[in-house]
Ligand binder design. Structure first.
Ligand SMILES: Nc1nc2c(c(=O)[nH]1)N[C@H]1C(S)=C(S)[C@@H](COP(=O)(O)OP(=O)(O)OC[C@H]3O[C@@H](n4cnc5c(=O)[nH]c(N)nc54)[C@H](O)[C@@H]3O)O[C@H]1N2
Ligand SMILES: Nc1nc2c(c(=O)[nH]1)N[C@H]1C(S)=C(S)[C@@H](COP(=O)(O)OP(=O)(O)OC[C@H]3O[C@@H](n4cnc5c(=O)[nH]c(N)nc54)[C@H](O)[C@@H]3O)O[C@H]1N2
Ligand code: SF4
Ligand SMILES: [Mo]
Length: 713
């Protein structure tokens, strides 16, 4: 072997656990990734997606230079100076004519796994005075932010299940086997779940589909009709209130407004809820008893419930189930994870009404973001209503990720300026005026900030860039700083050499360095522990001691902000009662061999059998429509239509169909492997515009959406 070969510890930035990786660098080039056995927490676990990071890094379709639109479907290479000056010129014109209100941004999911992006975006749009921000958070978890703000006074408090010590764990709308969990950062969750069931703990998956996690972790499946979890949760609480009762000493010491909670759940006794959820009343009561009487019980809820119509209320009742049974903040229940810095205060709200008047009626921002489902409306707004004319998309692919592809196409086609900062020329990028190539996770320094407050076994790790950026790829912070310079704004590059970004890294990590001091650490200290530093595990008692951020320091058992939503809950209940179980509904589903919209260009993820996403249907639902395995179906509703092949799945509740999102790459020639096996975009079938998101949280409605299916002619 000639040349220099190094093995560099780093960590994955694809999903929350941030699994430790060992990168092999040959002659300065990343050539292989392996799980890091010396990692103090992830201990040699990494999944096939993380390890395929090397394929993403070396993909010949990656953007390596800035590109400028040169006519329909054509892009030409530009220098960074041409790009930044060109964008700044166009932007200045738009702001002069229409004000900074005409500028918006969509920040995608991978930006959350990139410690230096947030401040860069904040500084750029802040100085510009542009506040129309959108992001993947309102497709993903915005209800959790809103729910915890209301109940605990902070969007950053999300007590995690103490799986290792629990006797009973209820998992609503998650499939850890496939997705590796969200809002609990845990490497190899199945190992932990298997260990729990092996020592006799009960793990129950409340899900309209018998998910892969059930067998592989030894859990139980509790089938439920989609978009009805709120009522199951209410019925569980109602049964507990009537049966063993709320734990009075806990509720009195740490809670407020418990009577209002009781009044709400009393509307939903098990008998009333049974026909809507599809769960027999006796099963609901038995589960309530089992949970309340378990020595230690815990809860988890994820995107399958987030994406329904009442994710905020469901998250509220999830917290309540834990709280009133005395399981919140105790061993084997749900615990506050602190990690290297207590994040609870960072998400604190002041208790004032978050709503303001808009052309859609009452509207709010959730952690700075407007509803993603209003992005198309905000661009297509009539002249007098101040449409967005310039949009920056950073690490996102809204065309395939947000509901209503047709309207988004129309909207993106109307923009005067669309700038996409991405690894790829993705489906959204096809509409761009400028495509700016960003570095990937192996080409930048980073710190695993994402899991802060969510880590099951907390650790903190700093990584140097594993390899120098290929081509002219640049870090996002640098791109925005160059744009700031071109616009005459202040920037972190002022007085520095723009051609040598790495020289600025110590300064850029200053804020994180400061936070690390809370744990007696620093970036310098972490450099000396390249496999990461383990931190104290979540500790019972911490949440009540100094976690809760409400004004009175109490858990709010029935936030007044919910008043309207509680009435709406009853209206939706009646609607569900009236429609019965016959209505076919589309739910979300994730695939082990795909990650949202961005692993589609990895050839080994597109082996035969994995080249398209299938509409999963129960065999009897398919047969009733004259459809067999592999047959092409027309799937449609009021929002749109797709022609998609059927895959039979007897593990679905009757009346439920599932389709993985992130596909539909036929319009993305810049990703050749993806475009060669495009699949269909589930989001053509999802609602968009006013009324298609939860008013409390801006969370988009993405599961439990009515559809009709028939053989494609
Ligand atoms: N129907 C339906 N729709 C869904 C969902 C669903 O379950 N059902 N799930 C939703 C969820 S949970 C999410 S999080 C969203 C995701 O929605 P988005 O965040 O909009 O989409 P992603 O597919 O994650 O695409 C991210 C883009 O970031 C790029 N990228 C990757 N790493 C980097 C980087 O380091 N820097 C830069 N600049 N770019 C990078 C990728 O190339 C890709 O083009 O989709 C949502 N959409
Ligand atoms: N392989 C893979 N892993 C991923 C991703 C990926 O795309 N692929 N995406 C990553 C991202 S961005 C995220 S946010 C996480 C998400 O992680 P999870 O939230 O665990 O996501 P899913 O595996 O889609 O699990 C959602 C489950 O909800 C169920 N469900 C649908 N509707 C309902 C409902 O109304 N009620 C109930 N109770 N359940 C319902 C579905 O059947 C599904 O099993 O995964 C991350 N990990
Ligand atoms: S589980 Fe997530 S963080 Fe771990 S290797 Fe896989 S993709 Fe990366
Ligand atoms: Mo997500």
């Amino acid at each position: 072997m000639s040349g220099e070969r190094r093995v560099v510890p780093t960590f994955c930035r694809v999903c929350e656990p941030a699994c430790g990786l060992l990168a092999t660098v040959q002659d300065g080039e990343l050539v292989a990734l392996a799980p890091d056995r010396e990692h103090p927490v992830t201990k040699g676990f990494a999944c096939h997606k993380g390890l395929a990071g090397v394929d993403i890094h070396r993909d010949p379709d990656r953007l390596d230079h800035p590109l400028r639109r040169a006519g329909a479907g054509r892009f030409e290479r530009a220098s960074w100076d041409e790009a930044t000056l060109g964008i700044a010129g166009a932007l200045r014109g738009i702001v002069e004519r229409h004000g900074p209100e005409a500028v918006g941004a969509y920040v995608g999911n991978p930006a959350a796994f990139n410690a230096l992006v947030g401040p860069a975006i904040g500084s750029f749009f802040g100085q510009l005075g542009a506040r129309r921000m959108f992001g993947s958070g309102t497709q993903d978890c915005a209800n959790k932010f809103a729910g915890s703000e209301a109940v605990f006074g902070s969007s950053t408090i999300h007590p995690i299940p103490d799986i290792a010590r629990t006797d009973c764990l209820l998992v609503f709308g998650a499939n850890p086997r496939v997705s590796h969990m969200s809002f609990v950062s845990i490497a190899d969750p199945m190992r932990e779940l298997r260990a729990a069931t092996a020592r006799g703990a009960r793990v129950v998956y409340v899900n309209p589909r018998r998910v892969e996690s059930v067998e592989s972790g030894g859990g139980e499946w509790l089938p439920i009709r989609p978009d009805t979890d709120l009522y199951l949760l209410a019925a569980l609480l109602e049964a507990i209130d009537r049966g063993p009762g709320f734990r009075r000493e806990v509720v009195e010491a740490h809670g407020a407004r418990a009577e209002a909670l009781r009044a709400f759940v009393r509307r939903y006794p098990a008998e009333r809820v049974a026909p809507v959820t599809g769960i027999p009343a006796e099963t609901i009561r038995a589960l309530a008893r089992a949970f309340a009487e378990a020595p230690r019980a815990s809860v988890h809820m994820s995107t399958g419930v987030n994406m329904g119509r009442q994710g905020t209320l469901a998250y509220w009742l999830l917290h309540m189930l834990s709280f009133v049974t005395g399981n919140l903040d105790r061993a084997g229940g749900n615990l506050l994870s602190v990690g290297f810095y207590p994040a609870a205060k960072a998400g604190r709200v002041d208790g004032r009404d978050p709503f303001f008047e808009s052309r859609y009626g009452k509207l709010r921002r959730i952690r700075g973001s407007l509803p993603g489902n209003l992005l198309a409306d905000e661009i297509l707004a009539p002249e007098g209503e101040r449409p967005i004319r310039a949009l920056f998309v950073v690490a996102g692919n809204p065309l395939l990720s947000v509901g209503g592809e047709e309207r988004l196409r129309e909207a993106f086609g109307r923009l005067e300026l669309l700038v996409c900062v991405d690894l790829y020329r993705n489906a959204t990028g096809e509409f761009a005026h400028w495509l700016l190539p960003s570095t990937d996770s192996f080409e930048r320094p980073d710190l695993n900030l994402t899991g802060l407050g969510l880590q099951y076994r907390p650790f903190v790790q700093y990584t140097e860039p594993v390899t120098a950026p290929r081509g002219e790829r640049r870090e996002e912070w640098w791109i925005f700083a160059r744009l700031q310079q071109a616009l005459g704004q202040k920037s972190v590059l002022d007085g520095a050499d723009a051609a040598a970004p790495a020289a600025l890294h110590p300064r850029l990590f200053g804020r994180l360095d400061h936070m690390l001091r809370y744990s007696g650490l620093s970036v310098e200290a972490l450099r000396a522990q390249p496999h990461g530093a383990q931190l104290p595990e979540p500790e019972p008692g911490r949440l009540f001691r100094d976690g809760i951020q409400t004004a009175d320091g109490k858990v709010d058992c029935c936030p007044p902000l919910f008043a309207e939503a509680l009435e709406r809950a009853e209206a939706i209940f009646r609607e569900l009662e009236a429609e019965g179980a016959q209505r076919l509904k589309l739910v979300t589903r994730r695939d082990p061999w795909m990650h949202n919209s961005w692993y589609h260009n990895v050839p080994r993820f597109k082996r035969p059998g994995r080249r398209e996403n299938l509409l999963s249907m129960h065999p009897e639902d398919a047969a009733a429509r004259g459809l067999a395995e592999g047959q092409l179906a027309l799937c449609r509703n009021a929002w749109g239509a797709v022609r998609v092949r059927v895959g039979l799945d007897a593990g679905l509740v009757r009346g439920v169909a599932a389709l993985t999102h992130g596909w539909g790459h036929e319009g993305a020639p810049g990703m050749r492997v993806a475009a060669g096996s495009p699949g269909v975009n589930a989001n053509r079938l999802l609602p968009t515009g006013p009324g298609s998101y939860e008013p409390l949280s801006n969370q988009a409605f993405m599961t439990g959406v009515p559809i009709e299916v028939e053989p494609a002619g």
